[in-house]
Design a protein around this ligand. Structure first.
Ligand code: F6R
Length: 587
């Protein structure tokens, strides 16, 4: 959700920023823009639309200069149009800012600036005008910037440049911002992939950090103006890892990576996992909290904890968690699950839990993300960058970690590791070319459907829910999951001649779910079985290995591939579904 990038150094900034914007596209955006500082002042180009199209029309590379800031916008305040695109300026057109986040008190701030004329409907523009106002009081650019930041309520990652000042100023609170340190210059960005081809050296900023980046390097201050020190880290990801690896889309590449990523997810310190298992035993009340696919991983986790470790956990959508907050005590253990570690609803749940003294454990993919900083402890998924907006490999890594915890809780850590390791070949086969062709054939049968239903029981119900999300978000076909036992309580009314219904079957619950499938078939439904064994009721069969507790990993992979094929057949871009963003940093 919005991406910002700034560069200051010895190289021409516009090509670097343009590449950075393209590398940040995966976060979702509707407009883009760039401002460069040069001898003419601050020059800017911005518009609504896709970066490539904007660049074709406006040519960002015309902008000369070695200091600049750029932005991919995802509209929150004000419609999608050229004027609302960032960067935004003050009234003198000498200060340009880009902002990611939401300024909650922008209306009050605008009222204070009643003599100013605002061009856009955004909350962000107020930042440039506030800096202008502070400068009028005789403050330096840095002082004016800090004073402005101190007046903001809400979330922000901000970059600012000013005519006559050879520097970029930056600040963050609640929205991601990292510094990249290359030989030829400094980057300030929402995310590491935007500059990874230039450097692996990064500094993770903390809330209320203010950065002054000049051609001589970077200094970091707190809001009182005192210098603070932040360590320089080296990221493990290489530039190749974030490229498409020869595939047409990141989604497919990331689906195919899962035989590896499951193995990386289980590379955990055994003593840490066992200690967390002890904490679970001692806790009075356990919550799994997440959104979207991560919520489905939570749901899967709750079935796994029940099945493997005989332990009850509460599962809550992070956006609904406030309704349960009054149950939290110092003895409650909250697991916050998020691939990005930046999802606003999840972070809000984490903060609410911490206020009540509950311990929070994150399960997260992004090192350095807000969740890694705000949770008391975290387990990393180690899935590598996931560029496609849809969660695929991070979902199965989350489930793998949930399973590992459940095994540890049952005193069977080794057994859990062995079982998860055993998935390697199963997943390899599930993503093979012949499997993809089989699913392509199924996609051709389904591509013109308006509705697809998915049913399962227990672990397979959670898989059906995740499968429905994958299909709908990437192919825009309405897909809905039902617990098998619920069919007769309403959903059966939806079944007509030929209605496609996917049925997830595990050997330990096949009787009941096959009987549910028969109820559907009797009403004309077209049954697509996802199972290890063929059943008579199936009209089409997707053969998956029987993986018992780990069925949720094996059974979702064909649906991820099917969803991908549906999107491709419909001519859609699976990596960037409409209206969605990779990292949802607003509530
Ligand atoms: C679905 C998807 C979303 C995310 C959700 C939570 O494919 O990607 O539903 O799962 O927005 O995101 P994280 O895991 O980053 O908190």
């Amino acid at each position: 959700m919005c991406g910002i990038i700034g560069y200051i150094g010895s190289e021409k900034a516009s090509p670097i920023l343009l590449r950075g914007l393209i590398n940040l596209e995966y976060r979702g955006y509707d407009s883009a823009g760039m401002a460069i500082l040069n001898s003419k002042g601050v020059e800017c180009k911005k518009a609504a639309g896709k970066i490539e199209e904007i660049h074709k029309r406006l040519n960002f590379l015309d902008l000369e200069g070695d200091i600049g800031i750029a932005h991919n916008r995802w509209a929150t305040h004000g419609e999608v149009n050229d004027i609302n695109a960032h960067p935004h300026f003050d009234s003198t057109k000498t200060i340009a800012i880009v902002h990611n986040g939401i300024i909650e008190n922008y209306r009050e701030l605008k009222e204070k600036l009643s003599t100013h004329t605002f061009e856009s409907e955004t909350d962000s523009e107020v930042i440039a005008h506030l800096i202008e106002e502070e400068l009028k009081r005789g403050l330096s650019f840095e002082e004016a910037f800090i004073s402005t930041i101190s007046q903001l309520e809400g979330n922000y990652a901000i970059l600012a440049i000013k005519n006559g000042e050879e520097k970029i100023l930056a600040a963050r609170k609640g929205s991601p911002l990292v510094v990249g340190i290359a030989d030829h210059g400094t980057f300030l960005s929402s995310d590491i992939p935007s500059f990874l081809e230039y450097t692996k050296k990064v500094v993770y900023l903390q809330d209320y950090d203010v950065v002054v980046a000049t051609k001589n390097g970077v200094r970091i201050y707190n809001l009182s103006g005192n210098e603070v020190s932040r360590p320089v880290d080296t990221v493990e990801w290489d530039a190749e890892q974030i490229k498409k690896g020869g595939f047409e889309h990141y989604m497919l590449k990331e689906i195919l990576e899962q035989s590896e990523t499951i193995q990386r997810a289980i590379q955990q310190d055994e003593s840490v996992v066992n200690r967390i298992a002890d904490e679970i035993r001692e806790a009075y009340g356990i919550f799994f909290v997440g959104c979207g696919s991560s919520y489905h991983a939570c749901l899967t986790g709750s079935y796994l904890f029940s099945k493997i470790a005989n332990t009850h956990v509460n599962v809550a959508l992070a956006s609904e968690f406030e309704n349960y907050e009054h149950f939290l005590t110092e003895n409650t253990l909250v697991f916050a699950i998020s691939q990005s570690g930046e999802t606003a609803d999840v972070l809000e749940a984490v903060r609410a839990a911490k206020i009540r003294g509950s311990r929070v454990i994150g399960i997260v993919n992004k090192m350095g993300s807000s969740l890694t900083r705000e949770s008391d402890e975290f387990l990393l998924m180690n899935a590598g960058p996931e560029i496609c907006v849809l969660s695929t490999k991070t979902y199965t890594s989350q489930v793998a970690l949930m399973a590992l915890l459940a095994y540890a809780l049952a005193g069977k850590y080794e057994d859990g590791v062995n079982r998860l390791q055993g998935l390697y070949m199963d997943i390899y086969n599930l993503t093979s070319r012949s499997m993809r062709e089989h699913l392509r054939y199924l996609a051709e049968m389904l591509v013109n459907e308006e509705h697809i239903y998915l049913i399962g029981r227990g672990l397979q119900y959670a898989t059906a829910m995740e499968g429905a999300l994958k299909i709908k978000e990437v192919s825009y076909i309405h897909a809905e999951a039902f617990a098998g036992g619920e069919l007769k309580h309403g959903p059966l009314a939806l079944i007509e001649d030929g209605t496609p219904v996917m049925v997830f079957v595990a050997r330990d619950n096949e009787k009941k779910v096959i009987s549910n499938a028969s109820e559907v078939k009797a009403r004309g439904g077209f049954i697509i079985g996802v199972s290890a064994d063929r059943h008579e009721v199936f009209d089409y069969w997707v053969k998956v290995p029987e993986c018992e507790d780990l069925n949720p990993i094996a059974q979702i992979i064909p649906i991820q591939i099917l969803a991908y094929q549906l999107a491709v057949l419909k001519g859609l871009d699976p990596d960037k579904p409409r209206n969605l963003a990779k990292s949802v940093t607003v509530i």
